[in-house]
Design a protein around this ligand. Structure first.
Ligand code: FAD
Length: 454
């Protein structure tokens, strides 16, 4: 029997992992990627954004047989190291112990690993080939290479993993409206860097944490690289009153702002001026689509279907979860790809909508709440309830980050648990004075036990 052909647009993180999974399932996979081969790109300072891999992403990598390889390129992060202005930094653990951690890995390092693995499984990559149009009826795509040479390619089964600005999505939308909704966040980001400490490539600050400098309407974060440096990301409103990227157009204005607002961070960045002036401001949006596919001919996956902001560190993790679901459905549908695509959207969309909502809430939490006493009291009570009744209480962050419970479940359960925390703290604002018996009885009266985690 001839192998079913799949044409994948985009060989980024999601596209390359999906290529590996489909090739392993016996599909003939061709990947067309706009950029050059990531395995041949030299390290570009300040453009190597780090990704945090959480349990969902790790599970997809396990299924692809790549988790161990990814771990070798990663640095463990146990929690958030919060740096208040004028106070001492403190670690807020993400999970209960070192079995609940996230992993920092360079985007390019991970992409290289995934492309190598997809090629090893038999996928064919065509780099420097951008999709410019797709004729859905004729089942043919148009590609443009780096020398501006155009060509056509047959594509009876098309998958768009070409990211938030997806060209395939635009072509599908021309053919049949997809119900596209885009919500700009109004905030942008800029990449900076803390280099490895001069002696022995040592880390300049605690390596096993995601560092946050929350400042109300804005913040900086830093994630460790295996070579000893940290990627720093400044998140600010794009426009409006100071501070915004409008009021901080260059390194000169921004240096003064950093010295005042991030006094412990600024001295760690000797190349601040070059980085600030040399790197673009990235914009952040949430993307919602009513339809992810056109019958059995074309489907979107990852950011192309549901881009979110990075504040829960879940965009890639969520896209990786997509790849496992889609590869399974395609491998088991015979030639009924329309059913597989419809089922894919049916399973994933409630979950991607939920992580989009939780991501926006997490931004407020990261930049404002982590330093707020009521929030800290809620964290404290959460951790007590987790110890007193582990079968009934798990923080939403832990459900999203360390389990495979559907995002939609985590969202709903998190909402109900939050109401309970507010109720208990309303009666007694100091979590240390809340009785375990009363709290657990109230919890069990309000909510059923958690489902099995595996
Ligand atoms: P992309 O990574 O955007 O890949 C799309 C690919 O398609 C690219 O290689 C692109 O070159 C290619 N392409 C585009 N157009 C065409 C075309 N016309 N023809 C052919 N190829 C094309 N997620 C996490 O889970 N954890 C994190 O810690 C995290 N941190 C983040 C930090 C920042 C600052 C940002 C902006 C995002 C972060 N994310 C994180 C989100 C994550 O980056 C995305 O969700 C993830 O990259 C999506 O993967 P993708 O393959 O769908 O899209």
């Amino acid at each position: 029997m001839t192998r079913q052909s799949v044409v994948l647009i985009g060989g980024g993180l999601v596209g390359a992992l999906l290529a590996r999974l489909l090739a392993k399932r016996g599909f003939a996979v061709d990947v067309f990627e706009k950029r050059p081969d990531p395995r041949r790109i030299r390290f570009v300072r300040g453009r190597t954004i780090n990704m945090a891999i959480a349990e969902r992403g790790m599970q997809a990598l396990r299924i692809a047989g790549l988790a161990e390889h990814a771990l070798l390129k990663s640095v463990m992060m146990r929690g958030r190291m919060v740096h208040p202005l004028g106070g001492a930094a403190g670690l807020q653990r993400y999970g209960l112990d070192d079995s609940e951690v996230i992993w920092s890995i360079s985007r390019n390092g991970l992409n290289t690993l995934l492309v190598d693995a997809a090629v090893a499984a038999g996928a064919r990559f065509h780099f420097g080939q951008a999709l410019t149009a797709a004729d859905i009826d004729a089942q043919r795509i148009t590609l443009l290479d780096e020398n501006n040479v155009q060509r056509q390619h047959d594509a009876s089964l098309l998958i768009g993993a070409d990211g938030a600005g997806s060209a395939l999505r635009a072509a599908m939308h021309l053919y049949q409206p997809l119900g596209i909704g885009v919500e700009p966040l109004g905030h942008g980001y800029k990449e900076l860097e803390i280099p490895a400490a001069a002696r022995n490539n040592r880390f300049a600050i605690e390596p096993h944490a995601l560092h946050i400098w929350p400042r109300g309407g804005y913040m900086s974060i830093a994630t460790p690289n295996i070579a000893g440096s940290f990627n720093v990301t400044l998140f600010l409103p794009l426009q409006g009153p100071h501070p915004s990227f409008d009021t901080l157009p260059d390194a000169t204005t921004c240096s003064a702002f950093f010295r005042r607002d991030f006094p412990d961070l600024y001295p760690l960045m000797p190349r601040f001026a070059d980085d600030y002036d040399g790197h673009p401001v990235g914009t952040l949006t949430t993307l919602y689509l009513d339809r992810w596919h056109i019958d059995g001919r074309a489907v979107l996956v990852g950011d192309a279907a549901h881009a979110i902001a990075p504040f829960h560190g879940q965009g890639m993790n969520c896209g990786f979860e997509d790849t496992v679901v889609l590869a399974d459905l395609l491998a088991n549908c015979g030639r009924r790809t329309a059913d597989a695509f419809a089922q894919f959207q049916h399973i994933r969309k409630p979950n991607t909508d939920a992580i989009a909502a939780m991501t926006l809430e997490n931004y407020v939490e990261m930049r404002d709440s982590v330093a707020d006493p009521h929030y800290v009291a809620k964290l404290e009570l959460s951790s007590r309830l987790t110890q007193w009744a582990p079968d009934y209480f798990m923080s939403r962050y832990r459900m999203v980050t360390f389990t495979l419970l559907p995002y939609a479940y985590a969202y709903e359960r998190g909402r109900a648990q939050n109401q309970l925390l507010e109720h208990l703290l309303h009666d007694c604002p100091d979590p240390r004075r809340i009785s375990a018996d009363v709290a657990v009885a109230t919890l069990k009266a309000a909510l059923p036990p958690l489902p099995p985690l595996r």
